[in-house]
Design a protein around this ligand. Structure first.
Ligand SMILES: Cc1cc2nc3c(=O)[nH]c(=O)nc-3n(C[C@H](O)[C@H](O)[C@H](O)COP(=O)(O)OP(=O)(O)OC[C@H]3O[C@@H](n4cnc5c(N)ncnc54)[C@H](O)[C@@H]3O)c2cc1C
Length: 321
């Protein structure tokens, strides 16, 4: 039997191998919406949580050999999952792969550790440099992938080395400039099949009171300006050169716009939100409406920052211009 081109027999075979790997929890037909910050999307054919780096490596190699699609998520705070769900195997690294180790001013963080925990751990050891990350609801793996940043800081400032498994199952390191960091870009965005396992951060010994002051200031700025209690994926769009997405969206009259159960936040126009019960398609429709309105009013094509996961028919963010 086939489901969107995926052979149920192949899935069964892979599941039987994966279920023999130690330190892996596995679920079939797993609902994904509740695991995402958008609270939308369908089921994953197979959802796995590896509890150790070794089990992650083993399971990733099994899936690679099987030719089934492999999808990686961390905290799923920057993704929109299709209502039709995710075919093949979805590997969720948060909250399971979340150990942090310190050597002097360097932190070794497994990919699933939350940025909040990294920032708290760093602060506890009077290490500065990741205060900007404390309020970003992602994992370190997702943050390196996206080169997440805020308030003038970004992962590129602190990441020294990243260990990953490549599309052929080989364990490799990327060091320094080879991360190819740019605005919401890293080497990993263009390295198909690469899965980040661990990242080394180089931080600076800093007075604890300065660290907490910065973190509190950042948290207050977020609280004042962002709809933190809403289901969203943060900034919906990349910053267009020479503009701010939020201002363009406001100027186009779309701040507070609502379509069904989804819409544009009335607090921050850069955030597209699920007001509760929205489907992924409804959310995608808001992306299209916003892009069309901004293009019509300002002539600027906004590019989504949110990444699409799962089975979609074409580009759900595409609008007619
Ligand atoms: C309220 C809110 C505020 C936010 N504020 C900010 C902000 O200030 N700055 C900012 O940059 N972002 C922000 N974000 C977006 C998001 O939190 C970040 O992009 C975050 O780093 C994503 O991490 P994640 O673990 O959730 O990744 P996911 O959403 O799970 O995944 C994002 C992408 O990374 C890939 N990926 C994840 N983990 C791995 C891995 N281990 N190996 C390979 N690929 C991987 C996924 O396949 C996917 O393509 C915000 C989001 C929300 C909801």
């Amino acid at each position: 039997m086939q489901k969107d081109g995926i052979d149920a027999f192949a899935v069964n075979e892979v599941v039987s191998i994966l279920s023999q790997i130690e330190n892996v929890t596995l679920e079939r037909e797993a609902p994904i919406a509740g695991l995402t910050r958008f609270r939308a999307g369908g089921h994953a054919d197979v959802l796995v949580h590896p509890h150790t780096v070794e089990s992650a490596i083993e399971l990733i190699r099994v899936v690679q050999k099987s030719q089934l699609p492999l999808t990686i998520i961390g905290c799923a705070s920057n993704v929109l999952v299709s209502d039709r769900g995710i075919r093949g195997v979805t590997c969720r690294l948060h909250p399971v792969l979340s150990a942090i180790r310190r050597e002097g001013n360097r932190l070794f963080c497994q990919a699933g550790v939350s940025l909040h925990d990294v920032a708290a751990f760093a602060a506890k050891h009077s290490l500065g440099g990741v205060e900007f990350a404390a309020g970003i609801p992602g994992s370190i793996g997702g943050a390196v992938f996206m080169n997440a940043g805020a308030f003038g800081g970004s992962m590129s400032d602190v990441v020294q080395k990243t260990t990953f498994i490549d599309g052929d199952g080989c364990i490799r390191d990327v060091v320094g400039n080879d991360h190819d960091f740019g605005y919401r870009h890293s080497f990993f965005v263009s390295s198909e099949g690469a899965v980040i396992l661990e990242t080394e951060l180089c931080l600076e010994h800093t007075d604890l009171s300065l660290i907490y002051e910065k973190m509190a200031e950042n948290a207050y700025k977020r609280y004042r300006t962002q709809p933190l209690d809403a289901y969203s994926a943060g900034s919906a769009f990349r910053r267009p050169e020479g503009y701010f997405a939020g201002k363009l969206i406001s100027d186009a009259g779309m701040k507070g716009y609502r379509r069904g159960n989804a819409g544009v936040s009335g607090k921050h126009a850069g955030f597209i939100v699920n007001y509760g019960g929205a489907t992924a398609e409804e959310i995608a429709a808001v992306f299209r409406d916003v892009r069309a309105a901004v293009y019509e009013m300002e002539g600027v094509i906004l590019m989504p920052e949110v990444r699409l996961i799962g089975e979609w028919d074409g580009d759900p963010f595409a609008f007619e211009c």
